[in-house]
Design a protein around this ligand. Structure first.
Ligand code: NAP
Length: 308
């Protein structure tokens, strides 16, 4: 058996704690080697550093880094890690711009290291069965409803409201990562982005896309949802209706419903190990491209101020 991949986590925020630490601990292909945290956060007695540069200079034995920072600061970290010969796991979205992600991909190719642009929602239990079920069926329409309460899910995350933080597209891009995986290619026809007057990113969006086959795809994103939350995708086909609920965890087709426990991040780490061992990369920017197009082509409406 190959030696474990020694990985350092960079950015010890919510997702590092909720998902990366337990997924690394639960996967024998990985060993947590160090942490990088501007606040000096450590895990047990492992080496910890304030910056990635300090980690790299210290000569700690690390094969890979998992970048769990906000997207706006990820390019420099990834470029630094690639230049040092480390494999890189990028949290979603892979960057703040498409051009920087393309550059990283080229740098990783030249350096011969793995670059993984992760899309955790693609590993939700119902997504692969949904993709299989839709194969060979004619899709006539699709609808995405992603409505959640930003105060519950992103309290105090100032970066998410800044340019490059994506606003409501931070969760919305998860829906797009599923939709681009299970539907034929689609593109934006028109859209409406609602921006609070005191923020630089949208709190809601209403988007109309069309697939290459001419089927309409509607997307309704809203961060002002209190009460029950919705993370649902419905696809109408010539073989009946498919519904993915709870972010892809629950799949319903005319044959019945299947629901499985959360396995998104274990799936991501299994994929990262596969890529490292195969010496390849996985950098799909299709979800980010659609978000960029929404900013390019959508109408902007100003709505009331938002305060945490
Ligand atoms: P977060 O709680 O705000 O944590 C981000 C961490 O990155 C901070 O705690 C900080 O760690 C570090 N950091 C470095 N530069 C920073 C800067 N300029 N501003 C703020 N933090 C900075 O965010 P998160 O929810 O973990 O999200 C991080 C990434 O994971 C995002 O791209 C997000 O889309 C993605 N993600 C989040 C979730 C979720 O449920 N929250 C789910 C899936 C994916 P140190 O203080 O240790 O340096």
């Amino acid at each position: 058996m190959a030696a474990p991949i020694r990985v350092a986590i960079v950015g010890m925020g919510k997702i590092a704690h909720d998902q990366h630490l337990p997924s690394i601990a639960g996967n024998g292909d990985f060993e947590l080697a160090a942490t990088v945290s501007s606040r000096g956060e450590a895990v047990n007695d492992l080496p910890h550093f304030r910056t990635l540069g300090e980690l790299l200079e210290a000569g700690v034995d690390v094969d890979a880094v998992a970048l769990c920072t906000p997207p706006q600061v990820r390019y420099d970290l990834a470029a630094q890690a690639i230049a040092a010969g480390k494999h890189v796991f990028l949290e979603k979205p892979p960057g703040a711009t498409l051009a920087e992600v393309a550059l990283l991909d080229a740098q990783a190719a030249a350096a011969g290291v793995t670059l993984f642009a992760s899309w955790h929602s693609r590993y939700a239990a119902g997504v692969e069965p949904a993709r299989q079920w839709l194969r060979g069926r004619k899709i006539t329409a699709a609808s995405i409803v992603w409505r959640e309460d930003v105060r519950v899910w992103h309290p105090g995350q100032d970066w998410i409201w800044e340019p490059g933080g994506l606003g409501v597209f931070d969760p919305g891009i998860n829906a797009l990562s599923i939709a681009t995986h299970i539907l034929p290619p689609f593109f934006l026809l028109e859209g409406r982005l609602s921006l609070p007057s005191n923020r630089a990113a949208p709190i809601a969006a209403d988007l109309h896309f069309r697939t290459s086959d001419g089927a309409p795809v509607h997307m309704d994103l809203d961060w002002r949802q209190t009460g029950p939350q919705s993370w649902d995708i419905t696809v109408e086909t010539d073989g009946g209706t498919l519904k993915l609920e709870k972010g892809g965890a629950v799949l319903t087709t005319p044959e019945g419903t299947q629901a499985t426990d959360d396995r998104e991040y274990p799936g991501l780490y299994a994929r990262f190990a596969e890529l490292v061992h195969a010496g390849t990369r996985d950098v799909d920017t299709a979800p980010l491209r659609l978000v960029a197009d929404a900013f390019l082509r959508g109408h902007r409406l100003t709505v009331e101020e938002f305060h945490d």
